[in-house]
Design a binder for this molecule. Structure first.
Ligand code: NAD
Ligand code: WQD
Length: 338
């Protein structure tokens, strides 16, 4: 019998791709999601890709009674916890809502796991916990100075799960700090479909390519970077998904606390992404240079060497694959799963 893994937020962007990687590795994903930022029809797509429909529970991770029922009804080998809110601007407008969803949600989940005797947890953290780093590449021991409520919600969860693992040394906890996830499954059947106007670069570029916007606004070209535009560490979502499987496998070998960067280990500028996307899509991406976006950091990228040493994981898919796969998904699904 294959191990069942509870995937909270598994209907979302990274969670759905991780369901594919879990199935490929012989695990049995069971998705729990309240659909606040996703679409149930993703399950049909997952079934087409993997030949296996993931288990499904509609509900909120803060619903302790629901979690108790789920853990009573399914023997779970571990939990991958994606469920959370991720829009930095919304977190500034509604900090308590963000702390409730992201922090309290994780605490309720961990308490339900403890009661059920499930002690293996992989948590979606973010490079945003570093804030504006002193230098790149960023190692895991760099200081954490999150600059907004979203980032602080991730850091609070990291610290409190660290306390919890110290108090319960039998627990197996991985805190995975993702850099900038982009791309889509190579089938083009699942991908990222932001609600409303995208904040993030790659979905916006995709929408410019299909004519939904007449141009990209480049948020500043006067940064101290090679071409003046912001530099980030873009990591293909399927590489990220496989990183979760590697983390789970490592946790199944030994109890402990792992804090790991998941990034490609190199920085790319906004204009490099635009040019690669033009090559992948064969479409011109019109852009205009505007002012810097408030709160943006000029440049940062990961030192992912610890993840390679501990998990044997490293990002394999490059910028061209990220753009080609994003474009395939965008072209085939201009309205997401609708
Ligand atoms: P997403 O919004 O696509 O997925 C999150 C999923 O969680 C959605 O399906 C949503 O409906 C669900 N959800 C939210 N709150 C819930 C709750 N209380 N109960 C049950 N379900 C709930 O986002 P994503 O990009 O897939 O991100 C997944 C996780 O990774 C998040 O925790 C996010 O903060 C983190 N992360 C994302 C990025 C990124 O750039 N995408 C970077 C670093 C970290
Ligand atoms: C990338 C670069 C922009 C849009 C965010 C969150 C972070 C993490 C990942 C969750 C920057 C530039 C963007 C546009 C542009 N998420 N840009 N025009 O800001 O690095 O990170 O997502 O944990 O917490 O803050 O990603 O994709 O928004 O921006 O010029 O229309 O693209 O200025 O240099 P960011 P992004």
């Amino acid at each position: 019998m294959s191990d069942t893994i509870l995937v909270t937020g598994g209907a979302g962007f990274i969670g759905s791709h991780t369901c594919v990687a879990l199935a490929a590795a012989g695990y049995n994903p069971l998705v729990l999601d309240n659909l606040c930022n996703s679409d149930l029809r993703v399950l049909d797509r997952l079934e087409r890709i993997t030949g296996q429909r993931p288990g499904w529970i509609e509900g909120d991770v803060r619903d302790r009674a629901l979690l108790d029922r789920v853990f009573a009804e399914h023997r779970m080998a571990g939990v991958i916890h994606f469920a959370g809110l991720k829009a930095v601007g919304d977190s500034v407008a509604d900090p308590l809502g963000y702390y409730d969803n992201n922090v309290n949600g994780t605490w309720v989940l961990a308490q339900a796991m403890e009661a059920a005797g499930v002690q293996t947890l992989v948590f979606s953290s973010s490079a945003t916990v570093y804030g504006d780093p002193d230098r790149s590449p960023i190692p895991e021991h760099a200081p954490c100075r999150p600059a907004n409520p979203y980032g602080r919600s991730k850091r609070i969860v990291e610290e409190t799960l660290g306390d919890w693992q110290a108090a319960r040394p039998g627990w197996r906890v991985a805190l995975l700090r993702y850099f900038n996830p982009v791309g889509a499954h190579e089938s083009g059947l699942i991908g990222e479909h932001p609600q409303g106007r995208p904040n993030n670069l790659m979905p916006f570029v995709c929408q410019v390519a299909v004519g939904m916007h007449d141009r990209l606004m480049v948020h500043g070209n006067d940064y101290p970077t090679p071409d003046g535009t912001g530099v980030r560490d873009y990591v293909h979502v399927m590489d990220l998904a496989e990183g979760h499987v590697a983390a789970l496998r490592q946790l199944q070998k030994a109890p402990g606390l792992l804090t790991l960067n998941l990034g490609a280990g190199s920085g790319l500028s906004v204009l490099q992404v635009v040019q690669a996307f033009e090559r992948a899509s064969g479409r011109a991406i019109a852009y205009e240079v505007g002012p810097r976006r408030p709160g943006d950091v000029p440049a940062y990228w990961a030192d992912p060497s610890l993840a390679e040493r501990v998990l044997g994981w490293k990002a394999r898919r490059g910028l061209d694959a990220m753009c080609a796969d994003s474009w395939r998904w965008q072209q085939g699904n201009p309205n997401g799963y609708a």
